[in-house]
Design a protein around this ligand. Structure first.
Ligand code: NAP
Length: 467
């Protein structure tokens, strides 16, 4: 018996999403010797790369060079890109089943987790994910406004996203001017009045989720300095023994860095980044106009769970922190896709090792797979998506030999192209994106910046002469 991919009939694969996980899945498919495969990638935005373009902080340009590897994957003649095409709107699951043998969902985690406390929706209280998308020029978020006339801001959570947000709030205009931050964000942040930024960790220094290079970097900012309270930098007995028995040396290093901040002499830098530990917001308090003016924090202690994890436990001690701007940075969350099984509790597509599961039968759905944050949740760095994608593609290849594939009635590439022309005449090919990319880089060069981004779909269409 022969299967698509092993004969002259190519295995046709649709990938929904174009971030790192999507590209790593394609890369691994293309690396299979003897596999005759073609991949079409569908992306809601005209531009590819997901959080590499819309999430990675603008002052972390080096991380973004990873897209060079994605360009190489896209240069393969077996690859096609359909940008500005939304799954569920321009192309549905039923369409994909008509045209492909296998489908991979790699849509990431597009929204945020909530704190679940009173006052969370007061004016000037935002999701960090929205601020990140705004300063990165994501077309859907460019209209947002953040009240940077406030002098005191809090960022809830101590993960790498929280650090990114705090750093961008603390950077000087000169530091930001050398990045690819959206022009409107550069303008707004250049006039920011924010002086004090509070990063709030509910557990202790040894449990902070940020990584060491990120926490080191905050001491190297031009106009801001990190401050840690000596009593909060001290480890409790449970954390001390957890560190002593841990093989992870970077954990010890992280605590050393934070304890170093606690004993440093203050400098004359105008902005202060206060990194607090063992505190949880329990309420945001507003004024008569509904604008946040302070936060009520409870002091926590650490207690060991049955599994040995150290959890935060609230005490009966409270404090009030006056702040006029709040960003919750307590994790991203996946968004369900039309007609695709979703596990609400974890905010991911229901799956086993990347095989999408039927919610009732708990059996794999034929031909449907998932990879990246929408598969495993919002954890890990860009590289974490590589082994994740390999796991998913391995399942796809195993299923191929068992003929557990879809049976498209129109598997030819040109049929999809015809369909896209009808459904979304303004779709962007990879060549279109590369022209935009060149223009962005050229605009940046003129200003001594890595690029100046186009920030609306209309602008992008206009730049290509297709308005
Ligand atoms: P994260 O690493 O999971 O951190 C979430 C933070 O929110 C943790 O400090 C967590 O504390 C805290 N938190 C959760 N629920 C809370 C609550 N109800 N109240 C108070 N605090 C709460 O998530 P992230 O920062 O969004 O980052 C997502 C992933 O992207 C991570 O893997 C991160 O490393 C990665 N990333 C990497 C970079 C980089 O490499 N430069 C940059 C950005 C993002 P607990 O630990 O106590 O739960």
């Amino acid at each position: 018996m022969t299967y698509p991919g092993t004969t002259t009939q190519p295995l046709r694969v649709a990938v929904v999403g174009s971030g790192p996980a999507a590209f790593y899945a394609v890369e691994y498919l293309f690396r299979q010797v003897g596999l005759n495969v073609e991949v079409d990638m569908f992306e809601r935005l005209p531009t590819p790369f997901g959080l590499v373009r819309g999430g990675v902080a603008p002052d972390h340009q080096k991380i973004k060079t990873v897209t060079k590897a994605y360009d190489q994957i896209a240069a393969d003649p077996r690859f096609r890109f359909y940008g500005n095409v939304e799954f569920g709107r321009h192309v549905t699951l039923a369409d994909l089943r008509e045209h492909y043998h296998q489908i991979v969902y790699a849509t990431g985690a597009q929204t945020d987790r909530r704190m679940g406390i009173p006052g969370e929706d007061l004016r000037n209280s935002h999701a960090a994910t929205e601020f990140v998308a705004w300063y990165n020029g994501h077309p859907d978020y460019r209209h947002l406004q953040f009240d940077l006339s406030q002098e005191r801001a809090a960022v809830v959570g101590v993960g790498n996203v929280a650090i990114d947000v705090a750093r961008i709030l603390c950077r000087t205009p000169d530091e930001l001017r050398t990045t690819d931050i959206a022009d409107y964000a550069l303008e707004a942040l250049s006039h920011s009045h924010v002086k004090e930024v509070y990063l709030l960790g509910r557990r202790g220094p040894a449990q902070a989720a940020f990584s060491n290079p990120e926490i080191k970097e905050v001491s190297e900012m031009e106009g801001a300095e990190p401050i840690v309270l000596p009593e909060e930098a001290e480890l409790d007995e449970l954390s001390k023994s957890a560190i002593a028995s841990s093989a992870d040396r970077s954990l010890r290093k992280k605590v050393e860095i934070l304890q170093g901040y606690a004993v440093r002499q203050s400098t004359s830098k105008a902005r202060k980044l206060h990194i607090r530990f063992l505190v949880s917001p329990v309420e945001l308090i507003g004024d008569e106009s509904g604008q946040v003016v302070k936060m009520k924090l409870v002091k926590n202690v650490l207690v060991a769970s049955e599994t040995g994890t150290l959890n935060a436990k609230a005490t009966d001690q409270f404090e009030e922190l006056p702040v006029g701007l709040v960003f919750r940075s307590v994790g991203y969350r996946g968004v369900p896709l039309p007609d695709v099984p979703f596990y609400e509790r974890w905010g991911v597509i229901l799956n086993e090792q990347g095989r999408v599961l039927d919610p009732e039968a708990k059996q794999p759905r034929v031909g449907e797979y998932t990879t990246g944050w929408i598969k495993r949740g919002p954890s890990g760095v860009i590289g974490t998506n590589k082994p994740d994608a390999v796991e998913t593609v391995t399942c796809m290849l195993e299923d191929l030999t068992q003929a557990h594939v879809l049976h498209p009635v129109q598997p030819e590439a040109r049929c999809v192209e015809d369909l896209m022309r009808q459904r979304q005449p303004h779709y962007f090919s990879y060549a279109d994106w590369q022209r935009l990319d060149e223009m962005e880089v050229a605009r940046g060069k003129a200003q001594g910046r890595p690029r100046v981004k186009f920030i609306s779909v209309e602008e992008m269409l206009g730049a290509l002469g297709r308005a």
